[in-house]
Design a protein. Sequence first.
Length: 133
Amino acid sequence: MFLIKLALFVLIVFGLNVVVKLLLKKVLKIEKEKNSFFSYNHINNLHRKIDWGIRITSIITITITNILVIVENYPNYLLLIPIFCLGLDYPVRAFFERKYSQNPKQYILTLSEGVIMLLAIVIVIQFNLFITQ
């Protein structure tokens, strides 16, 4: 039952994200950008350095949080990890898209995706959606 709920939730969030991006592209006339599916395109060298700093910070945070969960038995801390990681990654990417990209309107799509992801995490936390009995 857990996997079905998780798959349905991920599908809904993904679908909502696609619909919002399509609407924003159409309404705000944002040009389509070509990106590979699994690659992360950095805007410039500074963006790559900052992004790697965020990734390393996220790994350290995940490690410390997992230790706290195991040692101190605080399972709710696991839900804070995605908020921390998304809260760092999306604003930085949006800043570099707005400031240094050839298509500065792209930052709107990045921020909308980040907001949808954060809302999904908050909904999971608020309604205890994936708590198993």
